[in-house]
Design a protein around this ligand. Structure first.
Ligand SMILES: NC(=O)c1ccc[n+]([C@@H]2O[C@H](COP(=O)([O-])OP(=O)(O)OC[C@H]3O[C@@H](n4cnc5c(N)ncnc54)[C@H](OP(=O)(O)O)[C@@H]3O)[C@@H](O)[C@H]2O)c1
Length: 644
């Protein structure tokens, strides 16, 4: 079944919030431990969350679902005709701007192909011939589709009533803490990109009296031998974290770091500690996850679904404890739980199995975790809000990211390093030839010019999380933390060219995957550059998916309407420009890895940017690259990264 041909007849069916009626007759709520045949399902089986349904009968197909079948890559690039159709579709959409019409045309072609194959089958009297013909010409039997299971069997009216009651209870509990409620928050994921920004903003938030971070010990390995040379305890990690965040004195006193692991029951927290927390915590913010786009299903499941389940259970136990002060749980999800669909708006409140499947197991398992949240909200009565950030990038004004090298940072750093390699090879003719080759290879990136990326600065996301703590109306809601001014792949290519000086050429993702990448990889491996070959392959396959057509647009509104965030969302183009500048000067495209050094540089960077802004009277992001560099060089020695 190709993505292209299978999507239109596949109904997008809602599973939440936490909507029962929409699923009609589909079986059972999430997390059944046996399938309808009575067979035991493994803990991590996708069949616990998703049903595979026959188009013909409308009934569930009772075979366990292979997680791979839920990803985009399982349904495309099957043969040259499929690849050509994908390519032509993306061209046509670009020329016509009409995705629906192009898809309609493709569906007709698919139908014609099916009829031809069937005719061939009946002419030869062989089903095998029909099947082979279908495979050869790339048409598909649209015989199954996937559907999320229900979070609950209650009617929409009952669900609404339950949520209203939960909100009412939270309001009363909040009010009972006085006009200025003092909050005690348990945070998971404090050592991560988002968690660090949470700590930074929480240090200045007067409502927050205490933040208890659940942290696991860190094993420091020798970079060469990979042997563990040191183990940092959670308390040591916490102290280092606060130092790097420049949180000291009285402010530092509100932070404690306890040993734990989200993959364990009770988050792996020791019983004595649990007793203490039970009496004091008002909120749980579950932020920890495995944000790896190429991890195996089982690993992603353990961290993202089991981890979420443990956090929900933990919060529920707090809520039900005698004398509990617990008000609300906040689950951090991702707007990409909506996966790939045709270019339509992904509603904030609905969770729909995506027409075009998921890009990776990270997205899939985060969607399953969201279903767990729905279930715990409605069936178990946990007061919980769901916040869904889009692709998170550095701070809106400075690009500061505290050493993060994930997601968008990875390709930007790779472009920067390629540019530096090209510049250093310019001395002789051979070098220039090699530089040209690297330029040609490394600057080609899979992306459809029209694809829109939804980037959101980390400070806006944390503003949303903090706001939710005292907004009981956020309970029972899914809230996108995203922007309303998205940038397209070609804007990203333009800004990268202006800021980094590398001429990024957007390559058609289908051709890149199927033709360019295998050739380039083979050439690089033969030329003795296996590392570069691997890095390019990883970048292309992992990030290419987010730059293709068919990306959903994430609806926004609840961030302002419910959480009360400023209606003016960060300027994405400016934020992306500052990401490029930050990664170039502060991170040196990922070469500066020492987090203490990054912390030193980011502190200075923020100060210097503030001074430039004051001097020119404009936002630094609006300065052209050359002018920005001139101002920067006047204040910073860029080699030693020290103030002049
Ligand atoms: N980054 C994005 O673009 C993005 C976009 C949308 C949503 N989100 C969501 O935002 C949240 C935070 O993302 P992030 O970018 O901050 O991720 P990150 O930088 O990779 O940090 C992940 C955090 O989770 C912790 N963690 C992972 N497994 C754990 C375990 N078994 N026990 C305890 N802690 C564990 C990590 O601790 P260690 O330091 O011990 O590894 C780290 O603190 C995630 O829920 C993610 O899905 C992120």
């Amino acid at each position: 079944m190709t993505v292209l041909f299978s999507e239109d007849p596949m109904p997008e069916t809602k599973a939440a919030p936490p909507g029962p009626a929409s699923q009609g007759a589909l079986p059972r709520e999430i997390s059944p431990t046996v399938n309808p045949k009575g067979e035991m399902l493994s803990e991590s089986s996708p069949s616990r969350y998703i049903a595979k349904v026959s188009f013909a009968t409308g009934k569930e197909i009772l075979r366990p679902i292979d997680p791979d079948d839920l990803l985009v890559h399982a349904h495309r690039d099957k043969n040259p005709i499929d690849v050509t159709a994908q390519y032509l579709a993306s061209r046509l959409i670009q020329w016509t701007g009409n995705e629906d019409a192009v898809k309609d045309g493709l569906r007709r072609v698919n139908l014609l192909g099916t009829k031809l194959a069937e005719a061939l089958g009946s002419a030869t009297g062989s089903k095998a011939v029909e099947k082979s013909a279908k495979r050869l010409i790339g048409v598909t039997d649209r015989n199954v589709f996937f559907k999320f299971r229900e979070a609950s069997h209650l009617s929409e009216k009952e669900v609404k009533a339950r949520i209203e009651k939960l909100q009412k209870n939270a309001r009363a509990l909040l009010r009972a803490r006085g006009r200025r409620p003092r909050l005690h928050v348990l945070l998971t994921g404090a050592t991560g990109f988002l968690g660090k920004e949470f700590l930074a903003q929480a240090s200045n938030d007067r409502r927050i009296e205490r933040v208890v971070s659940v942290v696991r010990p860190e094993r420091i390995r020798d970079p060469k031998t990979k042997e563990v040379v040191k183990v940092l305890s959670p308390a040591q990690r916490g102290a280092i974290l606060l130092r790097r965040l420049h949180i000291s004195g009285a402010k530092a006193k509100k932070f404690v770091f306890v040993d734990g692991d989200i993959e364990k029951a009770d988050l792996g927290i020791a019983p004595k500690e649990l007793d203490r927390l039970e009496k004091t915590l008002t909120h749980v913010v579950h932020c920890a996850a495995s944000v790896s786009f190429d991890d195996a299903y089982e690993n992603s499941f353990r961290a993202n679904v089991q981890g979420a389940r443990n956090a929900l259970q933990f919060a529920l136990a707090l809520q039900e404890a005698k004398g509990s002060k617990f008000i609300q749980h906040v689950a951090i999800e991702t707007s990409y739980i909506h996966g790939r669909k045709k270019r339509t708006t992904a509603q904030e409140n609905a969770l729909v199995f995506p027409r075009n499947f998921y890009n990776n197991f990270y997205e899939l398992t985060k969607a399953m975790a969201s279903l767990e949240t729905d279930y715990t909200l409605v069936d178990k009565g946990l007061r919980v809000s769901q916040l869904l950030p889009s692709i998170i990038i550095g701070h809106s004004k400075t690009g500061n990211n505290r050493g993060d090298t994930k997601v968008v940072n990875a390709p930007i750093n790779a472009f920067g390093r390629s540019k530096e390699a090209m510049d250093s090879l310019q001395a002789d003719a051979i070098g220039r030839g090699k530089a040209w080759l690297i330029g040609a290879i490394a600057s080609s990136f899979p992306g459809d010019a029209s694809a829109e990326l939804n980037l959101v600065p980390v400070d806006r996301v944390v503003q949303g999380i903090l706001a939710s703590l005292t907004v009981p109306e956020s309970i029972g809601e899914r809230i996108h933390l995203a922007t309303d001014n998205r940038i397209r792949s070609d804007d990203i290519a333009r800004i990268t060219r202006e800021e980094i000086g590398i001429n990024v050429r957007l390559a058609d993702p289908t051709l890149f995957r199927n033709i360019t990448l295998p050739i380039v990889k083979a050439a690089l491996e033969r030329g003795g550059e296996p590392k570069l070959a691997n890095a390019l392959e990883k970048l292309g396959t992992i990030f290419g998916g987010y730059n293709e057509w068919g990306q959903p647009i994430h609806d926004v509104g609840n961030d302002v309407r419910i959480l009360g965030l400023p209606v003016r969302r960060p300027n994405t183009e400016h934020a992306f420009r500052m990401l490029c500048r930050h990664n170039k000067y502060v991170q040196e495209f990922g070469k500066v890895r020492d987090l203490d050094e990054i912390a030193r540089r980011e502190f200075l960077w923020e100060k210097v940017l503030g001074a430039i802004e004051h001097h020119v009277g404009r936002q630094v992001a609006s300065l052209p690259p050359e002018e920005f560099r001139r101002h920067l060089a006047q204040r910073l020695d860029l080699k030693s990264f020290t103030e002049r």
